[in-house]
Write a protein that binds this ligand. Sequence first.
Ligand SMILES: *Cc1c(COP(=O)(O)O)cnc(C)c1O
Length: 423
Amino acid sequence: MDASSSKKSNMSYFDYEKRQLALKRAEELKQRISDYLEKSQTIPTGFKLESEYQQRKRRILEYFGATEKDWLDWHWQMRNRISSVKRLRELIPLTDEEAGQIELVSKKYRWAVSPYYLSLMDPGNPECPVRMQGLPSILELQDNWGKEDPMGEEFTSPAPRVTRRYADRLIINVTNQCAMFCRHCQRRRNIGEVDKPAPVEEIMAAIDYVRRNTEIRDVLITGGDPLTLSDDWLDWILTELDSIEHVEIKRIGSRIPVTMPQRITQELCDMLERHHPLYLNTHFNHPKEVTYEALRATRMLAKAGIQLGNQAVLLKGINNDVHVMKKLNHELLKIHVKPYYIFHAKPVKGTTHFVPAIQEGLDIMENLRGHTSGLAIPQYIINAPGGAGKTPLLPQYLLSMGKDHVMIRTWEGKVFRCPNYAV
Ligand SMILES: *Cc1c(COP(=O)(O)O)cnc(C)c1O
């Protein structure tokens, strides 16, 4: 027998009343989530689209005359990145206008997508969120307010390859190479014409800076994408950092689990496992990117003991929707990735058509807290101009602060007075 249908005779009157209240509250809670449940059905996810992805993969393999084994080889993925309109047209239908626009943009900004990332694109839909991140848009050339380096990275570099904005941690930029060139990339200016790792002397100078500055306890290895480097190169950099006593933790920033998960091999994981404590933050922006192939990669990393976080960027037309963002965070938790940040897009030249209103980010946060697991809630961050620091933004929950009480409002908008006594 269902507990809720317990007969009055089996319960005391007060227990019965309590149960009735709880049942009423449960009904109210069901109402709160019904909107999301309905919308959620219509949001495409990588898991739901698996058979479509497989079909497209087979078509791409056929086109290249390649095998499943090639597909799983990241060097094959890297070598066969699609970066010309001619090739692209042979793989997805484009109108002459679209092809002409991509050609025009390529003269100013380069582009490339891995065959894997291409297989996630809806070929018939220019508004596909995967496609919008991978293929150039004419809007990139019509940007009249973006800046090359709004974060002033060029002014916060005390040593080669180092960006330092905080007292106890810094970034080392180890390569300008990526598996794909995201259309919203904040470091566009560094994505040169030649893909190459930083010269060894520069990385040594960066590591030396860390060694000489004993307050640095957290080193972020970023790029470009550090996982485009060979296992040996990464092993060497991590070993050097391990030899510095004051470096307590290391982090890798990489989009490879999203754009080329084939890079995550057992050999890579075995190597990374020798460098704990090690964290990896990646960059999923849409539930369509959370695929079985991505899961294979993130599970291997998780098994190697690497804690995974996600740094999404809030992008107009891609994920600036309360339901899509909630779904993304749910899908991430299913693949061992903890939502860490949602960044407000920076005004980088050539990308400002993606910049949404800050209110949209606040609405997303409002629709997370209380509405879903705390684990699924990242922080919403805006970067202060000139690299002055990441700054969290939240809807207002503290309504007023009195001498002996505060007024708060809850996730449902109920207002309460709470005592604020310092004993
Ligand atoms: C983002 C960033 C970090 C890391 O910031 P956390 O908030 O600790 O994740 C460190 N250094 C620089 C220069 C950064 O931009």
